[in-house]
Structure formats: structure tokens, C-alpha cells
Design a protein around this ligand. Sequence first.
Ligand SMILES: [Zn+2]
Length: 375
Amino acid sequence: MLTGANVVLPTGTVRGGQVAVDGTRIADAAPAGAEVVDVTGHWLVPGFVDIHNHGGGGASFSGTAEQILTAIRTHREHGTTTLVASTVTDEMDLLVRQAGLLSELAEQGEIAGIHFEGPFISPCRKGAHSEALLRHPEPAEVRKLIDAARGHARMLTLAAELPGGIDSVRLLAEHGVIAAIGHTDATYEQTVEAIEAGATVATHLFNAMPALGHRTPGPVAALLEDERVTVELINDGTHLHPAALELAFHHAGADRVAFITDAMDAAGSGDGRYLLGPLEVEVSEGVARLVEGGSIAGSTLTLDRAFKRAVTVDGLSVEDTVKALSANPARLLGLSDRVGSLEPGKDADLVLLDADFAVKGVMRRGAWVVAPQPA
Ligand SMILES: [Zn+2]
């Protein structure tokens, strides 16, 4: 039984509230003899849900099972209790093999599925993806990755304007895999067509797509205006100007934004040389850039920092921030019955934040990942 916190519920914040945990779930009332932990003065919010994340703690989701578990643990310690593992562009046979490995970890409950970012993206907007390995989104190729993930493919980012793109969006939608528009050079009209075909996510809106122009509104306008689309935003202060983030947040509304990390290995680690898929990355002062060409190469963000920034820099309410970090991505993944909010019956996935929004405790499925220290 956690008592005394500002508990952020779907209906609003309860000052000095309490949350009871029984086994792995949030309960209506504390079980008999429950330990009472006084967390007065802290915020208690649902565990964060990251739908776009390549790694952390010096390890990558493109690596071995041990490395994948290191990356998961790193992000969990920063409050991410539900995580979709993202791959980057690589040889198809390597991606198929990695999907097999990641699907095993999904079956063990360690990750909530796989997000394939690339290789079906535009060479004009390749970002930190290897140009030589890009390919057109032919449905037969997309199908190979869906099959390799054995029911755990959650999302695939593609440039739908490429040959086969619209058919692939339909294929993904038919298989219950989120078609995400990103690393794209599409026009406004092409993006509308992709949304009509079933695309429902904007992969890191603004980044790796044409800018919003007054006569060429491009993907940004199409993705922002359609109520069926959830927009990913990387709130690290590097990928987006605060005004761009606020514009997107206010236009889409608090129910259609998902804050993501797009983290690479250096998240929760440090500056230095890393790999992003097959490409070398130099991380300096927390900003990851390709050694060759200097493109931004993912982030070193963790979602606790995105939370703090949203409230202290962007001026968002704690309640709206919780939607963007937990409730919205959980709903998008179809996991709202289990995670994304503090309600009886759901998994006991909780993050305890102090008054400065620093993580002081993380619980996943009823077990402390980071135990709160007595004051
Ligand atoms: Zn990414």
C-alpha cells in the first residue's frame, strides 16, 4: 500500500491518495497485512510505455539476448515498464533472425513486441539508416518480417509513397500491425492516401520527413490533422524545437501524442562510440550523430527525462504528460486493459517521482525494479 502521494488517475490527480497492490496487480484495497509505504510529497504515475526504442545501457535491440535484456533493464530503471523493441535497417536475413530472437523475449513478457524501422524507407529521408540496404516496401518482403515476428510484430515504419507502399499499409492493417509513416518524402496527398489505407502512426513527427510548407504541407499536416493518427514526438530538446513540440501537442490534442525515446545504446550510458545497426555513431554531450555525414542517430533519451522536460520546459500538465507517456501508447498497442493507467485490475506498473520529477521508485507487475528509499 503506497500512501500520501499525488496519484495521477485517468479522472485526475488525487492529492494524498493511495494505491494498493496485490500480487502483480493494482487492487481496490490492500490485502490483509500489507506493508504500508509512505510516499508523501511524491507523484505516483503509471509506468511509461515506449513504442519506439533501439537500445540503452550500452546495448541494442539488434544485439544478443543478453544485450537486449541489458537495454530493457536500463529503460525500466528510468520508468519504462512496457517497451516495444525497434530494429534498424539491415540485411533482410539478419532482420528475420533478429525478429525470431525478439519474439522469444516477447513470449517471455520482457518486451511488448517488435517495431521494424526500415528497410522500407525513403533514401531521401534515410536519417541514420544504411542507404545501400534500403528497399521498396513490396508486400511480399513486408510479409517476411511479419511472419518472422511470430505474432509479435507491433509496428512497421515505412515510406508509403514508394512502390508497393499503399498495398503494404493494407497488408499491415489486415495483420493487426500498426503501419507507421516515417522516413518519408511523401506529399500531403500521398500521406492522406496512406492514412486512408490504414496507417495510424506518425514515426517521430517532423524528423526524417519534409518540413511543413505553406504550399507544400507535406506529411506533417496530413498526419497532424487526421484524428485516427497518433503522432510520436521525441522530447529531448535536440530533435524538436520546443515550439514545434508545443504546436504538435496542441494541434493533435493530448489524446493523440505518444512521447517516445527513439533511444540508441548510449541512453542511460554515456558519451563515446557506438553502433546503430551497421552504422558507427559518435555520442557527444548526449547527442548521437553518425560518424559519416553527421545525421542525428537516435537519441540518448529515457522517458523519465521526457516527462520532466514536458512539465518543466514545455509547460504541459502532469496529467497530459501521463497521457502521452502511458495511456495513449498503451491504447495504441491494444494493451489498455493491462497497462497505461492506475486502475484496479491492471498490472501494478508504477513510477514514483519526487517533486522535481526525478525517479524515486519503479514497480513492474508488482515487483520493485527501483525500490523507494526511506526518507
Ligand atoms: Zn528509431
